[in-house]
Design a protein around this ligand. Structure first.
Ligand code: MN
Length: 332
């Protein structure tokens, strides 16, 4: 995914204010254009919550009927200082990148792209595909010690599956697919650079379960389908419930069959500046990254095979960068 927003840079992270203890803050998502017709629901960064652990970006796209449409078509664009995590709930996407990767992704698979200092990629709906597309696009900020690692792309077709609650393994009232991190004895093969978790949960109608959490992680949950309650609080489909940290577990209940996504991690203590598709540490780094992309520098390489032009960066903001802590603005 490419972030088309061209507004002021977002500064986040930092030790000014670490995550709250256990809280329950509802964060409304907002619709953001991703192209001529496509809209996504942006959940992070949010004005009241910039990050959850190292997770610094979260869009939900669809569910959308692609019949009669070209579908997803995001031309080559750069990334820096992050990992992109692509998770599909329905449909198929074809990924190409400057390392020469060409990878189709389908539901229950993970595309994980580690940018290091620079990589570029494109995403498109393949010609042969199911009619509906629905998914999540997330970014994970790379910590200082790892943000210049060699760029790489990993496709995980097999991820750990877990059963929670009563029932035999795989047939309980809730099934988890672990994208990243570890929980309940399962460990994802995906490469991480800071302690974090990403977990998809499918709850049968009426399911009720207790999910183990790490008290030193902060967490947030969203519903991608159905209606569920977290600690008794209803999850609406259009936002994110931030849970803070200091919890050893949470209770989840589903009314109709529901699907949830849990993200969490150790509070990320570095200050970040995010702009367009870059995660950096200063305004100057953003300016340099933008220039390197405009100059077609080898830093970001070249994507081959995408049927269309590369994306140009928006104009830099003229406003002075305002430091913000990792929380975002105070609620209420
Ligand atoms: Mn992207």
């Amino acid at each position: 995914m490419s972030n088309l927003e061209s507004g002021p840079e977002t500064r986040c992270g930092g030790q000014v204010a670490l995550a709250d203890p256990a809280v329950s803050d509802w964060l409304d998502g907002r619709d953001v254009p991703l192209g001529p017709r496509a809209m996504v629901r942006r959940l992070l960064p949010h004005q009241f919550r910039r990050m959850v652990g190292a997770w610094c970006f979260l869009d939900q796209f669809g569910p959308e009927d692609l019949n009669g449409s070209r579908g997803m078509s995001i031309g080559p664009h750069p990334h820096s200082g992050l990992q992109t995590v692509t998770w599909l709930l329905a449909g198929a996407v074809l990924h190409r990148d400057s390392l020469g990767s060409e990878q189709r992704i389908e539901p229950y698979q993970l595309n994980l792209m580690t940018s290091g200092a620079g990589i570029s990629h494109s995403e498109e709906s393949p010609a042969q595909r199911p009619p509906t597309m629905h998914g999540l696009q997330l970014w994970v900020a790379l910590p200082e010690a790892s943000r210049a690692v060699a760029p790489r792309f990993d496709h995980h077709a097999q991820l750990p599956r877990l059963a929670f609650g009563a029932g035999t393994r795989g047939t309980g009232p809730a099934q988890g697919t672990l994208l990243m991190g570890e929980i309940a004895g399962a460990v994802s093969p995906a490469l991480t650079y800071s302690p974090l978790i990403g977990l998809d949960l499918e709850l049968a109608a009426g399911a009720s379960l207790t999910l183990p959490l790490q008290p030193d992680f902060e967490y947030a949950v969203l519903a991608t389908k159905g209606e569920a309650r977290v600690q008794g609080r209803a999850l609406r489909p259009d936002g994110l419930l931030y849970l803070g940290r200091g919890r050893g577990s949470i209770s989840l209940t589903a009314e109709p069959a529901s699907r949830l996504f849990l993200l969490g991690g150790e509070p990320f203590e570095e200050e970040l500046v995010m702009w367009w598709n870059f995660v950096a540490r200063s305004h100057e780094e953003i300016v340099q990254a933008r220039q390197d992309w405009a100059d077609e520098s080898p830093r970001f390489g070249e994507v081959r095979g995408f049927p269309g032009p590369r994306l140009g960066a928006p104009a830099l903001p003229t406003t002075t960068l305002k430091p913000r802590d990792r929380h975002g603005r105070t609620m209420g």
